[in-house]
Each structure stands twice: as C-alpha cells, then as structure tokens.
Design a protein around this ligand. Structure first.
Ligand SMILES: *Cc1c(COP(=O)(O)O)cnc(C)c1O
Length: 425
C-alpha cells in the first residue's frame, strides 16, 4: 500500500474496508503527534481548521504561567520570564513554519487587526495607487477590514473583487495591493502563491497573503514566493487555543519603510523611555500595538513548538492522502444523497479540508455532532471536514462516512432539534 496516494492509485471502493484503514494508521509516520493532544477516544474531530485541539503540554504550561510567572513573579516576570520578548520569540519559531526569516514574523493582535495594520501600511508603501484587489467570497473579516481601510485611509481607494482564477488579469498599474487567502475557508481551494505573487509584482503591486487555513496545514514558503506581507491565525491548525493571538509577516525589504496606523507603545523604538513622541521601532516590532496577552501567547507557543517538529513534506503527503481517501469514500453518498464536492479534485489546488454542499447541510452536521463526529457548517449550504494531519486518523474517515451513510439512509438528520440554529455555527 502506498502512503502517497492519489485518486488513480487508490484501491477500488470495495477494497476500502476497515482493515485497510487500520493498516493506513499503522503506517502513518505522524502517529506520534496524536499522543501529544487531548482527544477523547470516542470523539472524531474534523474541525481543527476552525479550532485546533488542546496540546497536553499546554495544560502544565498554563499552570506554570499562571501560578509561577503571574502568581509569584508578578510584574518582575516581564524580565525574569521574558514576557516582553514573547511576540518576537514565537514569531521566530513561526518563521520556519511559513518559510520566512526570523526577524520577518511577529505574534500580535488578531488576524483581523493585523490585516488592518498591514493593508493600511501597504497603501502607504505604494503611493499614488488606489486599487486593492481581492476575491468575492473571501473570509468575511478580510473583506470587512479592507473596506474599513478604504473608509478610513482614503476616499479614493477602491476595492475590486474578482474570482480568484481571474485575479491576475485584474492587477494593473493602479493596484496598490492584492490581498488573498491562500487556502479558502469554505471550499478548501489552495491558490498558487508563487504565480499570483509574481503577477502582482509584474504590475508593481504588493502581495499580502492570509495564511489562516494554511499555517500548520500545508507547506508555505513566503520567501520563496517573494511575498510582501502576510497574516495568519493562531487557533486553527497551530492549536494555540481559543482566541489565540495571531501573527504577521513583513518581508525584510519593506520593514524599514513600513508605517502602520496603530502606533501603540509596544511598537515604539523605546517603549519604556515613556516619551511623548512616537518613534517607530526599526524592526518588525514596529507592527506591535499594545501589551501582549501573555497567557494566551504562552499557550500558543506550546502549539507552535509541536508544529516546529513536523516535516512538512510528510505532513502534506498525509493530508492529501486523508482527503483523497475521504473523497473516494464519499463518492457513493454523492450519487445517492445529493452531496456535491465543493473542493478541487486536483490535489495541487487543495488545502487540508474537504467540503460538500447539501441543501440540508446544517441539520446533517448537527446529526453528525450528535454522534460525536465534529465537522462544521458554513452558510448557506457547505459541510466542512477539516483534516488536521497531526491528529486525524485514517479510521476517522471510515467511521465518519459510515455514520453519515446511516444518517442519510435513516433520515435521522430530519429532526427538529437538528434544525435549531445556535449563535455560533
Ligand atoms: C479564521 C480566519 C480569520 C480569523 O480572524 P480573527 O481576527 O482571528 O477572528 C481571518 N481570516 C481568515 C481567512 C480566516 O480563516
């Protein structure tokens, strides 16, 4: 059996049985990572693309940060436990994960806030240009923030939304910034970072990538693509905890001239000089704004440390093998029950999730969750199954599709309690 399976090399559907998936798990070179996470035996978690699971080591680390560093050290811990360096320290570790230099990445704020800081900075870096190009259906916060930048920074700024497969044709000499999400949150489509970045540069535009669904899920190499700017999320595949701080990247060549709008004291050249005048730090620290959330950042560091041990070639192979097998197992359900694949079949264009559309998607996902299989739903009709390669097993695929088949055959999704919408879906 080949681990590096593509559709054509997979066994026939009839050969995909329980024993086969048990064997896949036995051969999985990443199984040692699963033991580093808190996962109940009776739970199948296919939602690491939305909120990653708890690393076991984070429990002890949180205890230590709270009891010792905060409880005993109090304000001294800014120095004795280097709280002050957390953003740079974790940033440097993340740099290896996204193919950047250590001083190009820093942990700060939320992805939304980082998008605002860097999109506004990009307009300043590229004066005289008024267009920001992005795609319709991008993650909502990305579109909202770009519009916020437009409304606050300059009346003549124009946001142009074009489908991602036509983006390169719409970048012109008036484009200041192209801002795209590398792996789409609904469809799981992965864009070609190198090709689109190059097209932006050919017209003199800057390129910003949102790596929220990429970091820890697929290999990323910002330096190789020559990306100018990037942002990303800490609580998804990085397993940094709910509301974990986010990160941002600024290419070395832009750091000196970059100016960002949220000129808070943590971005100052010498915060503790307590000067009345703002003077931006010379390095990536200039992108910081206020005080680091120390507890949350310390939890994120545990997740990043685990991810730092991963060979991303092996991770990508497993991720694609998981998605290929899932798509294959789902094929008969598509025919019989009307699921439609919303994720590209070409593995080069796929991140680490597989999505389907179905008119009853919401209730179907609730019925699955009721049986301890956690995927999620995105309006209007998308069922998402995220395959975080560090802890999702091949048996999970087999069990999920069998349970789903049962739910569809017996119509167990068709119950009033599965139709009721919660505040968070
Ligand atoms: C999850 C996600 C975000 C999250 O933004 P927050 O500010 O952390 O809420 C932003 N962009 C994309 C593409 C995402 O997937």
């Amino acid at each position: 059996m080949s681990f590096n399976a593509t559709s054509s090399s997979l066994p026939t559907h009839a050969e995909l049985n329980e024993a086969y998936f048990v064997e896949c798990d036995k051969q999985d070179p990443l199984t040692c990572f699963r033991d580093q996470f808190e996962l109940a035996d009776d739970l199948i978690y296919l939602n690491g693309n939305s909120l990653g699971v708890l690393p076991t080591a984070a429990k002890a680390r949180m205890q230590e940060v709270i009891a010792t560093e905060w409880g005993e050290g109090l304000i001294r811990s800014w120095n004795t436990y280097s709280w002050i360096d957390l953003p740079q320290r974790i940033g440097a570790k993340l740099a290896k994960i996204v193919g950047a230099k250590e001083h190009e990445v820093i942990v700060s704020d939320s992805t939304s806030v980082n998008l605002f800081k860097l999109a506004a900075a990009a307009i300043k870096l590229n004066p005289g240009r008024t267009k920001i190009v992005t795609e319709p259906g991008n993650f909502p916060t990305d579109l909202y923030i770009l519009n916020g930048v437009k409304n606050f920074i300059g009346a003549d700024i124009e946001i142009v939304t074009v489908p991602s497969n036509e983006i390169t044709q719409h970048i012109d000499e008036n484009t200041a910034l192209v801002c795209l999400t590398h792996v789409h949150y609904k469809s799981g489509t992965m864009l070609n970072m190198n090709v689109i970045t190059k097209a932006a540069h050919e017209k003199g535009a800057l390129m910003m990538w949102d790596l929220s669904h990429s970091t820890g899920a697929v290999p990323v190499n910002l330096n190789q693509a020559q990306a100018d700017l990037a942002v990303g999320c800490g609580y998804k595949y990085l397993n940094g905890g709910p509301g974990a701080p986010a990160f941002l990247y600024v290419a070395e060549k832009h750091i000196k001239s970059l100016q960002q709008p949220l000129t808070g004291w943590f971005g100052h050249a010498n915060a503790f000089a307590m000067s009345d005048e703002y003077e931006a730090a010379s390095g990536i620290e200039k992108t910081l704004c206020g005080t680091t959330p120390v507890i949350a950042a310390s939890a994120l560091e545990v997740g990043v440390d685990i991810m730092s041990q991963v060979d991303f070639v092996v991770l990508r192979e497993k991720s694609l093998s998981l998605s290929e097998h899932f798509i294959k197992l789902m094929a008969p359900l598509c025919e019989q029950y009307g699921f439609e694949l919303a994720t590209p079949l070409d593995p080069n264009h796929r991140g680490s999730q597989v999505s389907y559309t179905h008119p009853e998607g919401y209730a179907i996902i609730q019925a699955l969750i009721h049986q301890n299989i956690i995927g999620d739903f995105r309006a209007p009709n998308i069922l998402r199954f995220g395959f975080a390669p560090l802890y999702v097993q091949f048996m999970d695929l087999w069990n999920t599709v069998n349970t789903l088949e049962n739910i569809m055959r017996n119509e167990t999704w068709n119950r009033p309690e599965f139709m009721k919408r919660s505040k968070v879906t």
